[in-house]
Design a protein around this ligand. Structure first.
Ligand code: F6R
Length: 241
């Protein structure tokens, strides 16, 4: 695992967007694994600018997002499909048919199986972007003794995640209690992974992921077992290293 520390979240976003640019210039039909949440927003803003200025062409890019809430339709403003359209897809020259977010509607177990099969058919993920939860989750793989599940699966969210994500809803009671998430195996099968963390609130999860043992009680710790992973941190997120 390589750890890079930048002055602030803007510098983190700059570094992350340069990694995207280099992966896409080497492989114009690359498969990107994408994340939602507050952390990647500055990176998505930069990708939009790079696309508008002609430095990145998304026309052949395929994307697979990490996760989605169970029970939210793509039109719900707090759904992750809605987020991705708003924050990225609506502003770049990507073919929306090539963008995928797991579906939290209908037979979610079947959706999960189909999602893994679709990623495999696409040839696997070339570059996976991750954030990290305050509790060390990646995707929605929450800390628990059985967190290292290989496949895309249905997760019961912890109270810490419900509280952290309630800012997107009018109250925490509205936050769905379950989500569909790429499994740890799906994440670890990616050819390259970059994890972004900004802000002091992430510092203890980052410290435990970088310095602690590999344990399902801190799911991001598994990334130490991947041979091509970079943590891009701002000084606040790195303050306990
Ligand atoms: C989002 C995701 C989550 C977030 C994490 C951090 O698709 O998979 O693991 O990356 O919860 O969220 P923020 O960036 O909002 O702090």
């Amino acid at each position: 695992m390589q750890v890079y520390v930048y002055r602030n979240e803007e510098q983190v976003a700059k570094a992350a967007s340069m990694i995207f640019a280099s992966v896409i210039s080497e492989k114009p039909d690359a498969v990107l694994g994408l994340a939602t949440g507050s952390t990647p927003i500055p990176t998505y803003k930069r990708l939009i600018s790079l696309n508008k200025d002609g430095y990145i062409d998304f026309s052949r890019i395929r994307t697979y997002n990490l996760d989605e809430y169970v029970g939210l339709s793509p039109e719900h403003p707090a759904s992750y499909r809605y987020f991705m359209n708003e924050q990225l897809f609506d502003h770049i020259n990507i073919d929306k048919n090539n963008t995928h977010v797991p579906s939290g509607l209908g037979d979610v177990e079947k959706n999960a199986e189909d999602y893994d099969a679709a990623i495999e058919r696409a040839g696997g993920i070339d570059l996976q972007l991750l954030g990290i939860g305050h509790n060390g989750h990646i995707g929605f793989n929450e800390p628990n003794p059985r967190a290292f599940i290989y496949k895309t699966n249905i997760i019961t969210l912890t109270q810490s995640t419900i509280d952290a994500n309630s800012r997107m809803f009018s109250c925490s009671d509205e936050v769905p209690r379950q989500a569909i998430s790429l499994g740890i195996g799906g994440i670890m099968s990616s050819k390259r992974i970059i994890l972004l963390a900004t802000g002091r609130g992430k510092s203890s999860a980052v410290r435990d992921a970088v310095k602690g043992d590999i344990t399902p009680l801190l799911p991001a710790s598994i990334l130490k077992a991947h041979n091509n992973v970079q943590f891009l941190l701002d000084e606040d997120a790195a303050c306990l290293l």
